[in-house]
Design a protein around this ligand. Structure first.
Ligand SMILES: Nc1nc2c(ncn2[C@@H]2O[C@H](COP(=O)(O)OP(=O)(O)OP(=O)(O)O)[C@@H](O)[C@H]2O)c(=O)[nH]1
Ligand SMILES: [Mg+2]
Length: 288
């Protein structure tokens, strides 16, 4: 029997959802940083085996902010849960009150609870997390540490137990529906998050303006980094352009690994006044 289905990855910011996706796919598809709220748009990753196909949807972390950008990021999560066949919830600490807001949708689904960073948790904390999720009645609970234990087989089997017979939606070698262009813009954003202090990463967006294969071994990419204010633009550029140069050189190497060619990366910084507060601009910058 061939099994297939959609698996939504749900959890608070920074619990390891994107780390999990990359582990399952064996590829870096979703960006990962040590800071919360890294993932902004749902990222689809496809894992195909001899008798199964799983489509993972990596979502932005659930949190309780009222800011416009955050609300737009969250609005997609409920529908992702509703469209999924299985929900895999990742938690790395107690206090998962958000779950109450999704209880009705989650109770209709088969759910798996993955307790991550077990290396850092006490037995009491693990028991507290398990108790919090009793209300959604998980089919299975896995206690692990994604970066240490490599729980790929165990989670894969748990997911396959919950999936039903279904079609092969995508061809075998397709691991994502996202373009390399989009993934390249995410790698630039990941580099910005890693190198900019404090809150600033939340006010930047990256849009690829040109993406051209100049030859078999050289790709030319022009990307625009948008900030909300002139003062933020100045920080991204840095003194004598030092910060932008550093971002460019780190991001270029990541994109070269992705594409397998040399990359000529040109970065521009522009101001789009108040973009994180304007629904139309948010949609434009997040989806281009
Ligand atoms: N110590 C430890 N760190 C981990 C583990 N799993 C993930 N991390 C780290 O936790 C951080 C967050 O991981 P992400 O995968 O970006 O988390 P996320 O849930 O996708 O976060 P958002 O996209 O912001 O919602 C990264 O620095 C990971 O390397 C683990 O098992 N142990
Ligand atoms: Mg993420």
């Amino acid at each position: 029997m061939f099994k297939s289905g959609y698996v939504a990855l749900i959890g608070k910011p920074n619990v390891g959802k994107s780390t999990f996706l990359n582990l399952m796919l064996g590829e870096k598809l979703s960006i990962v940083t040590s800071k919360p709220q890294t993932t902004r748009t749902p990222i689809k990753g496809i894992l195909t085996g001899d008798n199964y196909q799983i489509i993972f949807i990596d979502t932005p972390g659930i949190h309780e902010s009222l800011k416009k950008l955050n609300q737009i990021m969250l609005s997609s999560i409920k529908s992702t849960i509703e469209d999924a066949d299985v929900c895999l919830i990742i938690a790395d600490s107690p206090n998962n009150n958000y779950i109450k807001n999704y209880e009705d949708s989650l109770l209709k689904k088969n759910t798996i609870l993955l307790i991550n960073t077990a290396d850092k948790l006490t037995k009491e904390q693990i028991d507290a997390i398990k108790a919090e999720f009793l209300i959604i009645d998980p089919k299975k609970t896995i206690v692990t540490s994604l970066t240490i234990d490599n729980p790929k087989e165990e989670t894969l089997n748990a997911i396959l137990d919950e999936l039903k017979e279904g079609p092969k939606y995508y061809v075998e070698d397709e691991i994502s529906t996202h373009s390399v262009r989009f993934i390249a813009s995410e790698l630039i954003r990941e580099t910005l998050i890693e190198n900019l202090a404090e809150e600033l990463p939340y006010y930047v967006a990256v849009v690829i303006d040109e993406f051209k294969e100049r030859s078999e071994n050289l790709t030319y990419i022009k990307a625009i980094i948008y900030t909300e204010k002139d003062s933020q633009k100045a920080i991204v550029i840095g003194q004598n352009g030092a910060m932008l140069k550093k971002i460019g050189s780190i991001a270029r190497k990541k994109i070269e690994d992705l594409l397998g060619t040399k990359v000529y990366l040109e970065l521009w910084v522009k101001v789009k006044k108040g973009w994180t507060k304007n629904e139309k601009l948010i949609k434009e910058l997040l989806n281009s």
